[in-house]
Design a protein around this ligand. Sequence first.
Ligand code: ADP
Ligand code: MG
Length: 933
Amino acid sequence: MIPDKTTPVWHTLDGLDAVRELGSDVQQGLSSDEAARRLATYGPNALVERGRKGPWRILWEQLTATLVVLLLVAAAVSLVLGDYKDAGAILAIVGLNTALGFLQEYRAERAMAALKRLAVPLVRVRRDGHVRLIAAHELVPGDIVLLEAGSLVPADCRILEAINLRIQEAALTGESEPVEKDPAPLPVAEVPLGDRRNMAYMGTAVTYGRGVAVVVATGMRTELGRIAELLQQVEHEPTPLQRRLDRLGRQLAVVALAIVAVIVLAGLLRGEDLRLMFLTAVSLAVAAVPEGLPAVVTITLALGAQRMLRRRALIRKLPAVETLGSVTVICTDKTGTLTENRMTVTVLELPDRRVELAWSTPREDGLPDPDAAVAPPDGQPAVALVLAGGALCSDAVLEPGSGAPFQAIGDPTEGALVIAAARFSLSKAALEAHLPRVAELPFDPVRKRMTTVHTLPAAQAPDTEPGGTRWLQELRRAFPEMRAVAFTKGAVDGLLTICSYVWVASRPVPLDSTWRARIVQAHDRLAQQGMRVLGLAFKPLAAVPDGTAGRTLQTLEEELIFAGMVGMIDPLRPEARPAVQRCREAGIRPVMVTGDHPLTAQQIARQLGIATDGRILTGQELNRISPAELERAVEEVPVFARVSPEHKLLIVQALQARGHIVAMTGDGVNDAPALKKADVGVAMGITGTDVAKEAADMVLLDDNFATIVAAVEEGRIIYDNIRKFIRYLLTTNSAEIWVMLLGPLLGLPMPLLPLQILWMNLVTDGLPALALGFEPAERDVMRRPPHPPGESFFARGLGRDVVWVGLLMSLLALGAGAWYWQNGRAEWQTVLFTTLTLSQLANVLAVRSERDSLFTIGLWSNWRLVAAVLLTVLLQLGLLYVPALQEIFGTAALPAGDLALTLVLSSLIFWIVEAQKWLVRSRARARVQAGAR
Ligand code: ADP
Ligand code: MG
């Protein structure tokens, strides 16, 4: 690390001096070589993470789990009593168990770390004279970064340029109102952070406008880094499911320990050996308390998150994996999520006539499109005005060197405008050189429009003005005093309320009700076809407004002259319709929430099958209705149009008040509250802002609605699988307890030895349970309603099954054991023990599906489970036939006939559980048939 020599007081320096001081250049940025050198010196731009669990920490936690400590004590006691065999066996079992647990948790931890790395935001930086997108942790001091609404400030920066730049600094200063930024140097050094108008600090968020800044400090040297120690909270907060499991575990523990006490007491009263009873108590406690469950659940969730990533859904918060499984409503954006966000302008509506832009779509072979460049619309200055205004009032740019078919960079809506202009030989770059932008009011989703102001070149004789600017000459002729012009583009309904004139036949005409009706009619005709319609208006200005004073700019959006509108098509995503269908089958309601016009929204919703009737609510109507009315409405209305981000929050709240589990998508800064409030906040990976991603539980890497549905499916699979291994583990435990409880009643001595109990719980149980976590989707996973959130683990018969299947297993094993015992056979205990172990394996095959039979789902659809079962059988055989193990575990070699008997008995469990599932299935079928009649 470089020693902080006298660090300049950045906020008192002039911006350019600051850049010079940092050895950088505003236009060129750093060279990549210099950046690499600095990265090596200063290290990555990241806060040192405290919450991460290293391998040692994981190992330590494994070894200090109550269960392990208990066993270590037991081993120690055995050692003291001189029972080396037992002590050694216990230690070996603990070792095996710890190794398995460690490996699993380490894998889960690595999977989560990999997900976190993917979630690092990208920053737009000038390097080698080009704008590059780099990962935030690669930033170094001296980098020139471009900030825009929605981005997180990636490091501490001195602001060099600010256009309406507002930054939310609550994370650092506690001030909740965004601060307006200004590059001017401050006169004094002693200014609190919150008042350093020309600085932007890591961890704060740009809420409005844009700016350019130079990085002055990175990583732990930032202001945030300085207080990072305080901010680092405990990372590993348990998920709701884990919390419930914990509670369940504690409840079961109380019951189990009571039963253990009974068993031990009864044993002592019968005159059993005290030492044996001590070990039995410990082993039974281990058996009965499902202590390992929460850990297995985390592992399953983390690996599930990894599977979701393969389906393009990046999980940011682990609990989302389980919540996804119970989602009942998905509220989704339209543009980009249901549609492709590949906008193309196809029609232009002037106030008095319509112009179809009948150009062919770009050719498939990528060769220049002969129709791409259309003759200059000089013959049609009114057309050129709308196209040029649209291009000037956009932040999108043509990709450098892109010939026809043109490519644009930036917001697709604006890209469509820029491309449309380019095809009429109105290049945005040339326009901007001619009419430079001097001020602007950026787009925001509440106003649904944006305005830019451009100065005019000094008036020239009409014939010397460059070609293609007849539209400009006409403006000048109509407004001789004009020095600048403001263009406003946006939603037509809103735009009409601020327009006073229409531009017809090269002059402004008052916008009376006839014109208004005409424009609205033309608009609605386009919107009804599902087009996005954008209006363009302008305002001649006698003086160039002061771009820095936000207040005076406000008057720009008043008394405008309406010039026309464009209609753009945006193809539906091909996956969207089937995904909507799958939602419906899965009992999930898809709801469209869009800023677009109701007619446009309605048409798209119809095509996708989201809306079948005409029910629709607009943002305006939402403002009027009462919360109670809203709650009623959200149950039925499938489309919300012309909404602002705060309406999204209202919709989420109303749905939640009705008991729904809501997934809500969002991309903008203002969507953050709704994303946080939703049960599953979903941010767009491509078009989404950093702020939205930060607030979200899940990020769609492809912005695709179908990906949400895929993630829901994965969530359901994971929940199913967790239920499966809970069922399996608890059944096994219940069987063991029944054996120990009922054995003495049948006149048997201690039916199982402590080491045998440990063996079953820590070795033969573990592998099959883990493999259950890899069960593929059940056939009907997306054809049944979502499970109620917070549903008890024992719901849907699980509790009942655990008790009776466990009892059945124990009766089979005890029956066999008792019969051998009565016939004076020494192998009675081995028969009992083996029957029980094999029954568990038979059970695990049967519980792979809650409803379908193993023959439907196929034995090999989860090969891991087959492998786990085979391996476990081998281990059990080893215990029976390896002399050294026989001695430790008190087993005896079973003759083939007896071994076969244990196999037959235990496989009964499989058939009985399958028979029960068959019964459930046929009853369900009968219900369906009864319902059909
Ligand atoms: P969506 O829910 O479809 O993403 P948006 O919030 O992006 O809706 O847009 C809402 C409305 O704002 C659009 O229907 C359009 O009229 C207007 N609009 C969208 N983008 C721009 C833009 N870049 N400039 C001006 N107006 C825009
Ligand atoms: Mg949008």
